[in-house]
Design a protein around this ligand. Structure first.
Ligand SMILES: Cc1cc2nc3c(=O)[nH]c(=O)nc-3n(C[C@H](O)[C@H](O)[C@H](O)COP(=O)(O)O)c2cc1C
Length: 364
């Protein structure tokens, strides 16, 4: 079956058939009227390539370097909560898929597997930990310590939540996280031996984090810190000033502030503001290798994919997620070759132009 699925949309279709309406809505949905959710996808489609020919490049490779270590491709797995809702192995399967595909995975605070369990159960691979900050600094610290002790290489602090966005699909379907499926990283950090619910977790989170708190975390945490969930050059500048090793241009996959800028529209300004002082990543709406290439040409060092990898996991377990990552890698490799680039680093803004305002596609 899996060989018949030739792009991310095929995996999404199979995942949608497998999942019940509530679970599908939780993963597919966004905030409010879902304009940002849709526009994330559309923003990458508003660019056209200016390919170069006869560049004489022999071997084309998608290999990249990020935070000082190699990756088979500049496409990472974004932190997505509650992966056991779609597959019994959940995050462990996702970690195996990422490792097999030669890329890094970012584990969510809201994962159904805690960092130490993941490190023990999955094959060696590059892993980052996504952190939500808690009111009780000892809880935040305990989480960082577990990630450090489990070989995670970076801490990605998500700053566009809490509070959780207005997810109307979940309200319509009445979706709730099944009882018993707790948040083990939070339970461990609290030192309790019971399932900690999502509601309790959100109540414990720090709702008023400041740049000064971020700066303290960046200097104390012992790992590179990336700030995930900013969209403006102003905030990118502050992130760099407060010691961030990187920023992730993200609107949480359209799940938080509806009508916030699409990430493909926000990226260039952030790249210009950071001006090489930190790593710039982007996520949101990336569904094809051509989208990855556009993000790289605009100046991102790499991208993350949330739902695409999740659809792979839901459709066919770890093998499905791996296949999605490999599809994206192969599509990127072909795009590089057709643009006349031997590596991701060769893509730049000279390879892009805004799509004409009217084209045969405008009517779509
Ligand atoms: C169901 C779901 C759960 C998510 N959970 C988290 C999370 O726990 N922490 C986080 O930082 N981002 C979370 N995200 C956002 C992703 O990390 C990422 O920013 C987003 O999915 C990128 O958009 P894409 O799905 O279009 O690739 C979640 C996204 C989805 C779809």
């Amino acid at each position: 079956m899996i060989d018949d699925l030739i792009n991310v949309a095929d995996f999404e279709r199979v995942a949608a058939e497998k999942l019940d309406a509530g679970t599908l809505g939780y993963f597919a949905g966004g905030a409010g009227e879902e304009l940002t959710l849709r526009e994330n996808v559309e923003a990458w489609r508003r660019w056209r390539f200016r390919p170069r020919v006869l560049t004489g490049g022999a071997e084309v490779s998608t290999e990249s370097e990020l935070l000082g270590a190699p990756l088979a491709m500049p496409v990472l797995v974004a932190p997505v909560a509650y992966q056991r809702l779609v597959d019994p192995e959940g995050e462990v399967g996702m970690a195996r898929a990422a490792a097999e595909a030669g890329t890094a995975m970012c584990l969510s605070t809201l994962a159904t597997t805690r960092p130490s369990e993941l490190a023990a159960a999955a094959p060696p691979g590059r892993r980052w930990f996504q952190l939500y900050c808690f009111r009780d600094e000892a809880v935040t610290r305990a989480m960082i310590d577990e990630a450090v002790g489990s070989g995670f290489e970076a801490i990605v602090i998500t700053v566009d939540a809490p509070p959780a966005g207005n997810r109307e699909r979940d309200r319509r379907t009445g979706f709730e996280i099944p009882e018993g499926l707790g948040v083990p990283s939070v339970a461990a950090a609290l030192g309790v031996d019971r399932a900690v619910t999502i509601e309790e977790t959100f109540r414990l989170m720090e709702p008023a984090l400041s740049w000064s708190d971020l700066g303290d975390l960046a200097s104390d945490c012992g790992l590179p810190v990336l700030v995930k969930g900013l969209l403006t050059p102003e905030d990118a500048e502050l992130a760099v000033q407060h010691g961030a090793a990187g920023v992730v241009v993200s609107n949480h996959g359209g799940r938080q502030l509806d009508r916030s800028l699409a990430t493909g529209d926000a990226l260039s300004e952030v790249v210009d503001a950071v001006a090489g002082r930190a790593t710039v990543l982007v996520d949101g709406g990336i569904r094809r290798g051509v989208d990855v290439a556009i993000a790289l040409a605009l100046g991102a060092d790499a991208v993350l994919v949330g739902r695409p990898a999740l659809w792979g996991l839901a459709a066919a377990g770890a093998e499905g997620a791996q296949r999605v990552l490999e599809l994206l890698r192969a599509e990127l490799e072909l795009t590089l070759a057709l643009c006349g680039c031997a590596s991701p680093a060769e893509l730049d803004r000279s390879h892009l132009r805004r799509a004409p305002a009217t084209s045969v596609y405008s009517a779509e």
